[in-house]
Design a protein around this ligand. Structure first.
Ligand code: ZN
Length: 241
């Protein structure tokens, strides 16, 4: 469920302007990931009053939303939880699948939220799914094309690289409503179906899902600022380089 740092950022681009442009987002991303870790650590120690496991919570949320035919299975990897629309499979990391904590319930309900979005054909999710191939192409080729284009001075290659990077940025932006909506559905279903009973539990759910949402905001900000940096350096923002 955690967004990965953009591949374009993994390069050692030793340009002070790059650091100037993108460091606010990197700081926000580091802070958000630290918050996810601490919220998750704290609330995975707090047992859920109703005693359900994450897998049971996900099933109950899907049942009360009337969504059938979704497989729920454990998945290896820390916070590797996700919903796969192609196979209609909700994969929960082992500690969330079997854990009976508030953190496990929050994340299981969030992923069930994605399965509900899929079932009701929530438009931003459909757009995001359609967009996955373009984003993949963007993430593989944008930086190599920009790099080769700049080194050998081929403007058309630089432009294609920028357009592909723009596609990646757009993908990050479309991800935001999908993630916020899944958490909104999760909170509503946890309250409505009696899985969460106390205000303390509701507060724990908000804390875990709020921190996770912040990581997506940070990833999107990084993508947007990196694009602005490229546009600035390449003279598309009213400046010649
Ligand atoms: Zn999500």
């Amino acid at each position: 469920m955690l967004p990965e740092l953009l591949p374009a950022l993994s390069i050692l681009w030793i340009d002070p302007r790059f650091i100037l442009f993108v460091s606010p987002a990197i700081l926000l991303a580091l802070w958000a990931q630290a918050r996810v870790r601490s919220a998750f650590r704290k609330y995975s120690e707090v047992p859920l009053g109703t005693g359900y496991s994450g897998a049971q919570v996900a099933r109950k949320v899907l049942d009360s939303a009337g969504v059938e035919g979704v497989t729920i299975e454990p998945h290896s990897g820390w916070l590797s939880d996700h919903y796969d629309p192609r196979s209609r499979t909700l994969r929960l990391s082992e500690s969330n699948h079997d854990g009976r904590s508030i953190a496990a319930a929050a994340i299981a309900a969030h992923e069930a939220g994605h399965a509900i979005q899929h079932a009701v054909r929530y438009l931003p999710l459909e757009m995001r799914t359609l967009y996955v191939p373009a984003a993949a192409v963007g993430s593989w080729f944008s930086f190599p094309l920009l790099f080769i284009g700049l080194i050998f001075g081929i403007p058309s290659l630089v432009k294609v690289g920028l357009i592909l990077f723009g596609a990646l940025v757009l993908f990050q932006i479309i991800t935001l409503p999908v993630e916020f909506d899944a958490s909104r559905r999760a909170k509503k279903m946890l309250d409505g179906s009696g899985i969460i009973v106390s205000e303390d539990e509701a507060q724990g759910v908000r804390s875990v899902l709020g921190a996770a949402a912040l990581t997506y905001v940070a990833a999107t900000l990084q993508a947007v600022l990196t694009l602005l940096y490229y546009l600035y350096v390449l003279g598309f923002l009213g400046r010649r380089s």
